[in-house]
Structures are given as C-alpha cells and as structure tokens.
Design a protein around this ligand. Structure first.
Ligand code: WTA
Length: 669
C-alpha cells in the first residue's frame, strides 16, 4: 500500500458533497461569520425547530466570562419551558416516525440482539418514569445510573429527563469506591444498575460492585434506599461464568417486575431551559472528580445541531458510536443528539476484539452502518491486529468516519482513512470535552478540507484562540493554551455544588476566556491541532485521569510514604501511566507490594487507571516549597535529554539517580 502524503489536504469528495447539508468551505465560512456576528439570531433560529411549551421570557443569552466583573454565569433561553425527552421521542412519534428504529442493540455475544422503535421507546420511558416516581423520585432529584451500554440505560436517562430528575451516569468500568464517591458527592437518591455484563469472556460483576458501593454509602451516613436492577444477563449464553448475584430485598428491585406493572402513560414535566438535565463526573486536577452540570435547553439545541452537521446525518443513515454511555460521547451522540435528529443508532455492549478483531467491521456490515465514530485508542488496537480483519468485511455502507477523545496521530488517521474507509469516507476529528457538551472544533463532511491530525476549524458560533503563558492572545500561526472567547449553548453551567471550582478551573487561568486545559497549535490556514493536556491530567485509552487521583490512591497503601504519577507516550493507549513511589521506613519493595498497589488502584479507581510501571525511589524530586517536580519526572520517563530548568530542585543530584532507575530499567518487574 502506498502511504499517503500526510502533509496533503483531503478535500471532500463529490459523493459526500452531493448529499451534504453544507457542501463547500465558503458556505461553512459564511454561516460561521453570521453566527459570530449575531449568535442570538443564529441559535434562536435553531431553537425554533424544537418544541417549547413556553418561549424564553428573558434575554435569549445572558452571560459573564469576566471574573473581574463578577461571578461567571451562562444562561441561554431562560424562562423557556420545554422537555428534552418530549423533543427527542414524543414529537417524532406524533410526526409519524413511531415505527422507525431508534436503537439496534448488540451485546457482547453476536447473537445478543435487540431493537426498539420510537413508539416502543416512548412506552418504556413512560413506564420507567412512573417507576421512578413510585419510588419517590421528583423533579430535581438525582438518580445514579451504573449500567452497561444498553437500551434500558438510555430509557432510564430519558425517563429522568421526562420527570425533571437529574441523571448521573457513572461509567460501568469504575470501581465501588469511585461509584460511592460520585453517589455521595451528587446526593443520589436512587441507583439503577444491572446484574452484570461481559467484556469478552470476562464477567463484570456490576451488581456486586453496586452493592458494595451502597453499603459504603450507608456506612458514611448517605443511605440510598432503592436500587433497581436490570437483568442484563438474560441474553447471555456464558451462564457458567456467572457467580451469585447479591440481593437485598430491603432495597433491591427487579427491573422486569417494576416495568411489568407500570403504566405506559406519563405526562412530561415542563422544565426551564436552564434547569439541570444531568451531572457527569470528569477527572479534576485536585483529585476530586468534578460533577459537570449541563442544562436542558442549551444542551438540547447544541447536541442536536452537532449531531446533524458534524456527521451530516440524514434520516436513512445508521449511526454507530462505540463510546460508552458513561462518557459524554455516549450522552451526546448515542442519546441526546441522535434522538433529536430521529436517528437510527447502533449501540454495542461489547469489546472490539471479541470474538475476534473483526467485530466492529462485522457489526458495520450486519447493521449497514453509514457513520462510525470511535476513539484513536480503539483504532490503534485494531490497526495492530492487521488489516485483514477489516478487509474481510465489506464496509460498503460506510460514508463517514469520526474520531474523538485524544489527538489522532497521522499514521493512525491514514490507516483509518485508507483501510477502514477505503479512501471514500472523510474522517471527522471532533475536539471536545465533557464540559463543552458537544464538539467545538471539527470538520463538516461536505465542507472542510481535512489535514490528518488536525481537528480543523471551529464549529459555528465558537471562537477559539490560543494564548501564551501570560494570557496574551497569539494572533495567526502559533502555539499556546487553547481558550474559547464566547459562550455556546452546550457549555457546562457549573460544577455541581462547587461553583467556585468551576470559576477557578475554567475561567481564572486566563480571565475572560473559557480555558480548555489543552495546548494547541494554529497553522497558517487557521486550522487547530490539539497537542494535549497541559494540566496534571493524563489520557490513557481515552480515559482522562488526573495524576492526583492516582497519587491519592497510591498513598492509601500502608507502605507508601510519597507518590507521583506521570504519563509517557504509549503505542496503543496514547499515554501510559508511570508511578514513582517512596516507601516508608523499613518497607521493602517486592512483588507483593506491587500487586497490592495495582489492586488498590483497580479498587479505588478502576482497571483503566492501573499503572503500567511503578518505580520505587529513595526520594522524589522536589522544589524548595516541597512541591514535587512532576515535569521532571515526565521528561525522565520520556527519556528526554533536556530537562529544562532544574535549578529550583532541593537536591539536583536526584536527577542522576532518577535516570539510573529508569534508563537502566531498574523496573524490578
Ligand atoms: C481530549 C471527551 C485531541 C482533550 C469528548 C480534551 C481530544 C479531553 C479530542 C476531554 C480530539 C478530546 N483531539 N484531543 N479530537 N477530543 N480530546 O472530557 O485533551 O472525556 O481536553 O471528553 O480529551 O476529555 P473528555
């Protein structure tokens, strides 16, 4: 295969342009400048495509991004009354789309399949909403969801939205401790979980983990009185691998039993556009996860618009996003954006390598997927298995490919483009965050010439720029901190329960701007190239984890006196996790301690956060104030020669010791 010229630009093909909503760069640019000149008019027109029980009564947009003028706030369409679930489901049924498939679901095993129409989805949502109400859930209450990617998890999310309750989905790969922490912080009143699921041949004991978390909540004075358990395992054939599922009649309820007796009629609760829709936790650099809060009206119109234009979604398309419902990608593109556009989507509760490395391509053929959205880490895993898994399948239905979660390096881009997409499908590299609600920098399939590795240009209404360390805006070509100048409807409104942290994390670093925490480069054509996080955050297999979270878990080991975590580049995961520890006096590092540390992290955070390498050291590099110089450790694990300014180190001799430990591979494992 001739390798592509990665410095070249890939213009949209005629086939893509012929069907596109936006078919030229000029058209994109014209709409872009209109949206910047008058964002209110731009978004007001879009908002009219949705149902409002009452139109907004206040200003369409009201905000402050400047801490010197007062507290940060962002409000769109205040006073408007709507219901996002009504807009996503009822409206389509009323418009005659009741028989359209909303979701195809496939489980871990290829014969685990379900599908649901919009009409049937509406009935299930109403039943579930009535179930929640019967268990005491009202508008404003928080419902924790700890479920695998299933139609039922989506039913729970939308039934919360229907009654004005706030859902908090916790990724089903998180540990009992992580679930407990989130349920307590978010003041969850009820938990919905499942008996378990499979990842390949590995059983994931969701209910056991949930039970442990519920016991921990109770022990810390935050009892949760109801737990609904969906019977996910009813379709599996791997029954011999299923251990006993813990059950407590006092709080556990069977999903099937509750749903069977619930009414399928439930009036939606009309909520203010600025009422909270959901809280989704993301890592924070202090170690305590941040409950990112999104509201109903703004998130609805932003998610819907991005789904329509970033994927050029048309009614006959089949959309497949491999992202878990527990992440913002799942929320925005598997649920809210997708349903707002009457999409038929495939959701998948399995892994790309089971039963073999061709699973995604097999799914794409069987469901005739037109739009496939995934993460670079998954692409790299599959690339390594070889192209024959891909080429064995036709993939003829594919039109558009998408990437999210981390920078996609040009060689991965090229494999995705050439092998998976057979040079036919544009790659929509979408840059966004839990906080942004939906992509803010991404190409449009029919309009934007692509450059491999660049998320390209901002979406309509978004004004990104780059600033230097002093917050001075860099004009034209350059590299710096990526910030956004103005609000858009999908931006998070606060960190639940800690508005001050919201202000100090996103607005204080560069006053007047929303700070992404990423570094980026802007080229001469105005294209953005995301470089990665500049804060103490690492991105391993698409999971954003703060070094502080890992360090505080390490510190819980009785033999660990001090700890520091940093990342290094990794061929598959993007970044790997390296931990440096100093043991307490008289402790000796050995295999037992290492195993204990790894399982501690698995239990505290989840398997995705387990370190790749642990280096026991006599001391950590520190500056006079006692702060660990992590940037030095980062350079050392990356085997960089130039270490930057190390003059503030208390003991510069430590550098040689560090090099010896890492370069001489004194990794005793
Ligand atoms: C990174 C995921 C480069 C970035 C939707 C961001 C990306 C963090 C891209 C947010 C991309 C996401 N190119 N980097 N296309 N998309 N990122 O909150 O560092 O889980 O700040 O949201 O992922 O991760 P989060």
């Amino acid at each position: 295969m001739k390798s592509p010229d990665l410095s070249s630009v890939y213009s949209p093909s005629h086939a893509i342009q012929n069907r596109a909503y936006v078919a030229s760069l000029d058209e994109y640019l014209k709409i872009y400048s209109g949206a910047i000149e008058d964002p209110v008019q731009f978004w007001e027109k879009i908002s009219k495509q949705f149902f409002w029980k009452r139109q907004p009564t206040g200003p369409f947009l009201n905000y402050n991004f400047d801490l010197q003028k007062g507290p940060i706030f962002i409000k769109w369409m205040e006073g408007g009354l709507t219901n996002i679930c009504y807009n996503l489901v009822d409206r389509h049924v009323q418009d005659g789309y009741g028989d359209k498939i909303a979701y195809y679901w496939e489980g871990n095993e290829p014969n685990e399949q379900k599908q649901i129409t919009y009409q049937a989805l509406l009935k299930d949502i109403c039943k579930c909403a009535n179930v929640l109400k019967s268990l005491g859930i009202q508008k404003g209450d928080r419902v924790a969801i700890y479920m695998p990617t299933t139609i039922e998890a989506i039913v729970v999310m939308l039934s919360c939205a229907r009654i004005g309750a706030i859902h908090m989905v916790v990724f089903a790969g998180f540990s009992a401790d992580a679930l407990t922490e989130r349920m307590i912080d978010g003041k969850a009143k009820l938990l919905v979980t499942a008996d378990g699921t499979f990842r390949g041949t590995k059983f994931v004991p969701l209910k056991s983990i949930a039970t442990q978390a519920l016991l921990q909540c109770k022990a810390t004075g935050h009892p949760i009185n109801h737990c609904i358990v969906f019977n996910r395992l009813q379709t599996t054939k791997q029954t011999e691998h299923i251990p006993d599922i813990p059950w407590d009649d006092a709080i556990d309820h069977s999903w099937d039993a509750l749903m069977a007796s619930a009414s399928d009629l439930c009036e939606p609760e009309w909520v203010d556009a600025e009422d909270p829709l959901f809280i989704l936790y993301t890592s924070g650099s202090t170690g305590k996860p941040k409950g990112i809060l999104h509201t109903s009206g703004g998130y609805l119109i932003y998610a819907a618009t991005l789904f329509k234009y970033a994927f050029d979604y048309h009614l006959e398309d089949i959309f497949f996003c491999s992202g878990d419902l527990g992440w913002i990608t799942g929320h925005t593109f598997n649920v809210y954006g997708a349903l707002a556009c009457k999409s038929s989507s495939l959701i998948f509760d399995g892994i790309p390598t089971y039963p073999d490395g061709g699973r995604f391509w097999d799914l794409i053929d069987r469901y005739q997927v037109t739009t496939f959205y995934t993460a670079p880490t998954a692409i790299r895993t599959l690339m390594r298995l070889g192209s024959s898994y891909v080429t064995k399948h036709s993939r003829a239905s594919l039109r558009i490919l998408g990437s999210v979660g981390e920078p996609i390096d040009p060689s991965t881009w090229s494999w995705f483009y050439q092998v998976v997409g057979a040079k036919r499908c544009p790659i929509i590299d979408t840059f966004w965050q839990t906080e942004t609600g939906a992509p803010i920098i991404c190409p449009l399939p029919g309009a934007t010439p692509l450059k491999p590795g660049s998320a390209t240009l901002p979406f309509w209404g978004i004004v990104p720029t780059i600033v230097d360390d002093d917050g001075v805006e860099i004009i034209g070509e350059g590299q710096g901190h990526l910030v956004i100048k103005n609000p858009w409807p999908g931006i998070a409104r606060t960190i639940d329960g800690d508005h001050q942290r919201f202000e100090s994390t996103y607005f204080k670093p560069y006053n007047g701007y929303y700070y992404t925490g990423d570094a980026a480069k802007r080229d001469a054509d105005g294209y953005f190239w995301i470089i990665g996080r500049t804060d103490d955050m690492l991105n391993s297999s698409g999971h954003l984890i703060s070094t502080a979270e890992i360090e505080s878990a390490l510190m819980q080991h009785p033999s660990v006196a001090e700890a520091a975590a940093v990342s290094a580049p990794h061929a598959i995961k993007g970044e790997s996790i390296h931990c440096f520890i100093v043991l307490k006096h008289q402790s000796v590092y050995n295999q037992i301690i290492e195993t204990e540390i790894k399982s501690l992290i698995r239990n505290r955070l989840g398997a995705f956060a387990v370190p790749d390498l642990i280096y026991p050291l006599p001391a950590l590099p520190k500056v006079g104030s006692g702060k660990i110089m992590r940037r030095l450790l980062k350079k050392i694990v990356r085997q960089e020669i130039h270490l930057g300014d190390t003059s503030t180190l208390v003991d510069e001799n430590i550098i040689e010791q560090l090099r010896a430990f890492t370069l001489n591979k004194v990794k005793i494992f």
